[in-house]
Ligand binder design. Structure first.
Ligand SMILES: O=C[C@H](O)[C@H](O)COP(=O)(O)O
Ligand SMILES: C=C(OP(=O)(O)O)C(=O)O
Length: 458
């Protein structure tokens, strides 16, 4: 007979039935699959694949997020707006991981606070869209909804949702996560490598500041080594994954019963969030995610009322479990100073302790006359500042940032110390959906956030 270290606990049949209750509710932002049989077959196949993450890791993350909600840690979430299958290459993955590690070092060193590192990676393949259709030169086709659904090329064949992409989404997530784990567990993320993370990036002001900081860290590490400290633990970095839990034909089969506890976890990634467009209280996404054990994020736009927020808490975190719920505010630089304070005041009067994270990207979008979707670096910085100001005034904890970024030198967001202007956007615009900060803008933002965070800790 097989021996196991822990008893395998089976789930309550009502809990399993509840995982499909969302099917009876209104649902938004799902593709029009060409036929149901093939999407059901793809989902059934995914249900036979191993989970991508272990429920025990998810539990550890929940504890880390609880510390951030209490002001004892800070969450750094970053990665592509929309990952693509073609870009899941070693170079791209390494550059994004390096950029997140560098930003984390800047924040940890600058603000003396533990940083929880989390990539919008290994699953960020489905996108909500403002419009179901896209028209170019008089031709109208379904909008691009992310590589796990359809292709970006503007042809009827490519824009047709294809269930085979669900399976490819799983495999691409698995290989991406495999490399992330190799990098972060195999010595690459060792704090003694702080200099090497900067190699390969163009020389620029943010890199120079980073090099200066890396030298100081080196000095401190050498001192500690000389004093006999054991650095074995520093060889590995905890790194978590996250994505928007949007596409139910993927998230449902990736939801499994944890044999240790008999409870359901969505094991497509450690952390999943509900987007601004799908957070309806009586909708399918909120119901489904209320039933899984993962830490859950919810995006809150500028029109969120305190009542909406309190009802989301009751639905998603009825037990007020530390680390369970993260609110990711994305209000826009011009609105955050009015829209966030009423939410913080309402929280103070409640018994809830969510983690508050700033997404300064999604409320600051604009389209240039030449048709590029972009964001101004100055507005991104201003929203982050508004976020810190609101928390300082309310006496609550600013617990993290959520950024669309890439490790490459793209030209998608305006401004920053390279002064990317509208004419420069065309030079290297690669995002298939929303514009990302490039490597230098990401580092620059990290230095600014470190200053704000350090002031908030004082
Ligand atoms: O990333 C977020 C959304 O998917 C994106 O902002 C939608 O863009 P759209 O307004 O062009 O559809
Ligand atoms: C769609 C996204 O954000 P939001 O729901 O805030 O618009 C996103 O983060 O990719």
């Amino acid at each position: 007979m097989l021996q196991t270290d822990f008893p395998v606990i089976s789930a309550d049949p009502d809990v399993i039935a509840g995982l499909d209750y969302w099917r009876t509710l209104p649902i938004k932002q799902q593709p029009e699959w060409p036929d149901h049989a093939s999407v059901e077959a793809a989902s059934a196949e995914i249900a036979t694949f191993p989970p991508l993450v272990f429920a025990g890791e998810v539990d550890t993350l929940r504890e880390r997020l609880a510390a951030a909600a209490a002001g004892k840690a800070f969450l750094l979430q970053g990665g592509d707006c929309a990952e693509t299958f073609a870009d899941a290459t070693a170079d791209n993955i390494r550059n994004r991981v390096k950029t997140i590690l560098q930003m984390a070092v800047v924040l940890t060193y600058g603000a003396s606070v533990p940083v929880i590192k989390m990539g919008r990676m290994a699953g960020q393949f489905a996108k909500p869209r403002s419009s179901d259709m896209e028209t170019r030169d008089g031709v109208t086709l379904p909008a691009y909804r992310g590589d796990i659904i359809n292709g970006y090329d503007f042809t009827p064949e490519s824009r047709q949702p294809d269930p085979a992409r669900l399976v490819k989404g799983y495999h691409t997530s698995a290989s991406t996560l495999n490399l992330i784990r190799a990098f972060t567990q195999g010595g690459f993320a060792d704090l003694r490598q702080v200099h090497s993370w900067n190699k390969g990036f163009a020389s620029n002001p943010a890199n120079v500041m980073y090099e200066h900081l890396a030298k100081e860290i080196d000095k401190a590490v050498r001192f500690m080594e000389a004093a006999g400290a054991d650095f074995d633990e520093m060889k590995r970095a905890e790194f978590y994954t996250c994505h928007e839990a949007l596409l139910m034909d993927y998230e449902r089969p990736m939801t499994r019963i944890d044999s240790r506890t008999g409870t359901p976890y969505t094991l497509s990634s450690h952390f999943v969030w509900i987007g601004e467009r799908t957070r309806d209280l009586d909708g399918a996404h909120v119901d489904f995610l209320s039933r899984v054990r993962n830490p859950i994020g919810v995006k809150l736009g500028p029109t969120t009322s305190p009542d909406d927020m309190l009802r989301l808490i009751d639905k998603l975190d009825p037990d007020r479990e530390p680390g369970r719920l993260t609110f990711v505010t994305r209000m826009g630089a011009g609105k955050i100073r009015d829209a966030l304070p009423p939410l913080l005041e309402a929280i103070k009067k409640s018994d809830a302790t969510p983690l508050w994270v700033s997404d300064p990207m999604h409320g600051n979008g604009m389209t240039t006359p030449t048709g590029y979707k972009t964001r101004r670096f100055e507005e991104i910085v201003d929203e982050v500042k508004g976020f810190f100001e609101a928390h300082r005034d309310a006496g609550t904890h600013p617990g993290g940032i959520h950024i669309e970024l890439t490790g490459d030198d793209v030209t998608e967001c305006l401004g920053g110390s390279e002064h990317i202007d509208e004419a420069t956007l065309a030079t290297r615009y690669e995002s298939l959906c929303d514009p990302r900060l490039n490597h230098m803008q990401s580092l620059e933002l990290a230095f600014l956030v470190a200053e704000e965070l350090s002031a908030a800790q004082a």
